[in-house]
Write a protein that binds this ligand. Structure first.
Ligand code: GAR
Length: 208
């Protein structure tokens, strides 16, 4: 059984999707053993508590820079014997002291079709604002491995939704979460825990 640590910063609907998938036996070969939050008082922590999953708060604002914060995260992941780290609405970019130590063992969910609307500054609702501003007709979400560049690691799964004429950032976000994020994140986590993802030439392939 692989130990899964989920990192959060907010509402935690993606964490909830993982918790629900686990309860339905859809995460094969892995178990959520810990939730780490970069903020206190967020609803994701309530979700962990309700599911009986231990949580730890490591506040970003307690650290002067990204490197010292990332070191603290790495120490906790090591302590938890994490086999897989899932960034589920985690709004801090991790330094390479974590991404190198956990290479191809950190999965992120990004709410757009990478390589569009991604990288530094593209997070949460801002991503959907930019997609609507550009006028794209299709958007979606990407589940990918995390490397030293923001949103640039190997893509595991992507899914799309249509953009409607009257969409707001909020309606588009909701459609992408419901139709893509909450389905594909648990799926990718299970594929990882079942050892069904192969890396070749820095690209991820699903073993069928
Ligand atoms: C999700 O849409 C997730 O894809 C996005 O933030 C939201 C968090 O929601 N993540 C990023 O933008 C990371 N770059 P949640 O807390 O309800 O899961």
């Amino acid at each position: 059984m692989k130990n899964i640590c989920v990192l959060v910063s907010g509402g935690g609907t993606n964490l909830q999707a993982l918790i629900d998938a686990q309860a339905h036996g859809e995460i094969k070969g892995g178990k959520i053993t810990c939730v780490i939050s970069s903020k206190e008082g967020v609803y994701a922590l309530e979700r962990a508590k309700n599911a009986g999953i231990p949580s730890v708060v490591i506040k970003r604002k307690d650290y002067a820079d990204s490197v010292s914060y990332s070191m603290a995260i790495k120490d906790e992941l090591d302590k938890q014997s994490a086999d897989l780290v899932v960034l589920a609405g985690f709004m801090t970019i991790l330094d390479e002291c974590v991404t190198k130590a956990y290479e191809y063992r950190i999965i992120n969910v990004h709410p757009a079709l990478i390589p569009s609307f991604c990288g530094e500054g593209f997070y949460g609702l801002k991503v959907h604002e930019k997609a609507l501003e550009y006028g794209v007709k299709v958007s979606g979400a990407t589940i990918h491995f995390v490397n030293e560049k923001a949103d640039a690691g190997a893509i595991i799964l992507q899914g799309t939704v249509d953009v409607e004429n009257d969409d707001t950032p909020e309606t588009l976000q909701r459609r992408i979460m419901e139709n893509v994020e909450w389905k594909l994140l648990p799926k990718a986590v299970s594929l990882f825990c079942e050892n069904r993802i192969t890396i070749k030439n820095s690209k991820a392939y699903i073993d069928v």
